[in-house]
Design a protein around this ligand. Structure first.
Ligand code: AMP
Ligand code: GLY
Length: 426
């Protein structure tokens, strides 16, 4: 079959690698792709929000299946646009993608259906939010309700910080209209775990667990980023946690969306915090996580096309989702300065070292070819270096070893991805 993948980040490179592994895929296109994806797919220069051109391309090229796992296009209705033209696409319709697109929606959904999450209030008026903060307890968490590249969350330790936060989100509009409505939420503590599930409207199948590292600096310091590294599985996701979440979170969420007339199809990402009072939902995403996907999909044994089709056909209960009994670690190589300002266009060397090595992957996030055919940096997060190992410690050692194979000017990485694992007996 012919497949069109939409996007061009590290997550898409990992999805592309899974797709080309499927014996069912004869030809893979990727719009717009990147310099790494170009090695395994034909890149097409169409933007991810250009639904007219994308659907036209799918029609002209007799694409059998399109795949989109990006928040902006999903929330803007890319699945609806493809389906309106009779085209098959794996992803979530806009009316269900709102579970990520509006934190106010997802918080109200959880409250209505008794799904455990932090206590919260929603405000669309800055004065009312400021008044509420006068008597609130600290720390407190402010969240822009809309999409903000994963950066619209402020943890405020004091009343002064929270007042400044309201200014940023609601008055200065740092995240544009995403901050028109905000969620003010109870601060929780605990380890974070990402659990991704394939969902077909009624049933879910969990992928193996993982953990992201969102802060820019070692020791979880510095600004929030799109994600600086991941490991999978998470040893903190114990059978007890799993049982609790199956009973109180996963099926309840799928059923709630169905009951609201917004059946969820695609990948549902549960961002969980394991608090002293039990697991709580921090956030939902309507897509594969980035860079969680880079450690989850290389461990998946089941043919991804079979799973995606089952999601679209409502037959996911008939699929056995299998994972290798191993571990994976991803270390993100970023441009110095990220997530604030950074330079682009730096030549990347050493990429060939990954060729032919089965246990190692170098997923491209922000790369492109320059005029002379060199692969150059083209974003904040540039590469995701992934290694598989028998266990997490081995995978981590291998991933860090492989980060030395590539280089570019002002390359930055965290040195403690998966360091929390040192403190436990694996
Ligand atoms: P979100 O985009 O909602 O996942 O938030 C981004 C990050 O902010 C999370 O991964 C957490 O590290 C942190 N965070 C979000 N909500 C809370 C909360 N209620 N308490 C403590 N930390 C939080
Ligand atoms: N890694 C977090 C996210 O994809 O939103």
């Amino acid at each position: 079959m012919k497949v069109l993948l939409i996007g061009g980040g590290g997550r898409e490179h990992a999805i592309a690698a899974s797709l080309v592994k499927s014996p069912r895929v004869d030809k893979l296109y990727c719009a717009p792709g990147n310099a790494g994806i170009a090695k395994i797919a034909e890149c097409v220069n169409i933007g991810t929000m250009d639904f007219d051109k994308l659907t036209q391309f799918a029609q002209d090229n007799a694409i059998d299946l399109s795949v989109c796992s990006m928040d902006d296009p999903l929330c803007a209705g890319i699945v609806d646009a493809f389906e309106a033209k009779g085209l098959k696409i794996f992803g979530t319709r806009a009316n269900a993608a709102i579970i990520e697109g509006s934190k106010a929606f997802s918080k109200d959904l959880m409250k209505k259906y008794g799904i455990p999450t932090a206590a919260y209030e929603i405000f669309s008026d800055a004065d009312k939010a400021l008044k509420y903060l006068e008597t609130a307890s600290y720390p407190i968490v402010l969240k822009a309700s809309g999409l903000a590249l994963g950066k619209g969350v402020l943890i405020c330790n004091t009343h002064e910080e929270a007042v400044a936060g309201i200014g940023e989100l609601m008055l200065d509009k740092k995240f544009g209209t995403a901050g028109d409505k905000i969620v003010i939420e109870e601060f929780m503590t605990g380890r974070e775990v990402s659990v991704l599930a394939f969902v077909d409207g009624s049933h879910y199948k969990l992928m193996t667990s993982s953990q992201d590292h969102k802060r820019a600096g070692d020791g979880d310091t510095g600004l929030n980023t799109g994600g600086m590294g991941t490991f999978s599985p998470s040893p903190f996701y114990t059978p007890e946690v799993d049982a609790y979440c199956r009973e109180h979170i996963y099926q309840k969420t799928v059923d709630a969306m169905k009951a609201e007339g917004r059946p969820f199809t695609g990948v549902l990402y549960f961002g969980l915090m394991l608090t002293p009072n039990g697991p709580r939902v921090l956030e939902y995403n309507t897509r594969f996580g980035d860079p969680e996907t880079q450690v989850v999909l290389p461990r998946m044994k089941t043919d991804i096309v079979d799973v995606m089709e089952a999601c679209m056909n409502g037959t996911l209960d008939q699929i056995e989702l299998e994972y290798e009994d191993n571990a994976a670690v991803c270390v993100v190589l970023a441009s110095g300065g990220y997530p604030e300002s950074y330079e682009k266009g730096k030549v990347i060397t050493g990429l060939d070292t990954f060729d032919g090595k089965e246990d190692y992957f170098c997923f491209h996030a922000g790369t492109k070819f320059d005029d002379r055919g060199n692969v150059v940096t083209n974003g904040g997060r540039v590469l995701g270096v992934v290694a598989l190992g028998d266990d997490l410690k081995q995978a981590r050692a291998k991933a860090y070893e492989a980060t030395a194979w590539v280089s570019f000017d002002k390359m930055y990485k965290r040195n403690d991805i998966g360091k929390a694992l040192d403190s436990i007996d694996l």
